[in-house]
Design a protein. Structure first.
Length: 183
């Protein structure tokens, strides 16, 4: 997946930040939004003229929205604070793990895994939220023997109580997966 900045770029937008989910994103782009409760706290300043369940235009409060815009978030500050700069945490002949730093105001963190065959992960008593962002499908198997297949762009949760689990790549090429967890 390629954006104007490069392959698999990530933005880290803190709470109370104006973002756009526009039709300009283009073909073959995947947007993975990690949020604590987007259906409750997302404030829409413009909603692409979509209608609500009663067939009426959705209400939008531009005046209230403008009170929530941080006009100082621009220029070099965007590159420095809001564009994640991935760094490699671990690499070997089986996998690569990258840290995709989140904004200081985020309560979660993100790691990206790239692997050919399989990886074994420990929850370390934390819940993991995963998505396969490149590849066809993976099989997740817990130490207790539970197995489940997940396909490209599907999101799944591994409870902290799972302890150790293995993710096996079913595709022919590398699997690329994103894991979010509480800091």
């Amino acid at each position: 997946m390629y954006s104007g900045r490069g392959w698999h770029c990530t933005e880290r937008l803190p709470p109370s930040n104006v973002s756009r989910k526009s039709k300009r994103m283009g073909k073959d782009n995947l947007v993975l939004e990690i949020s604590s409760a987007p259906y409750i706290f997302t404030f829409k300043m413009y909603d692409w003229v979509r209608l609500d369940l009663d067939g009426k235009p959705r209400p939008i409060n531009i005046e209230h929205g403008m009170k929530n815009v941080y006009f100082d978030r621009q220029g070099d500050r965007i590159k420095r604070e809001f564009i994640s700069q991935p760094c490699v945490l671990d690499t070997n002949d089986r996998y690569t793990v990258e840290h995709l730093p989140t904004h200081a105001n985020h309560f979660y963190d993100v790691h990206r895994y790239s692997f050919d065959k399989e990886i074994t992960i420990e929850t370390n008593n934390k819940c993991h939220v995963w998505m396969l962002v490149e590849g066809s499908s993976v099989i997740v198997e817990t130490a207790q023997g539970m197995k489940q297949r997940f396909n490209y762009a599907e999101t799944f949760v591994i409870p902290a109580a799972a302890g150790v689990y293995t993710i096996t790549n079913e595709g022919k090429g590398k699997a690329l997966m994103v894991k979010a967890f509480v800091k």
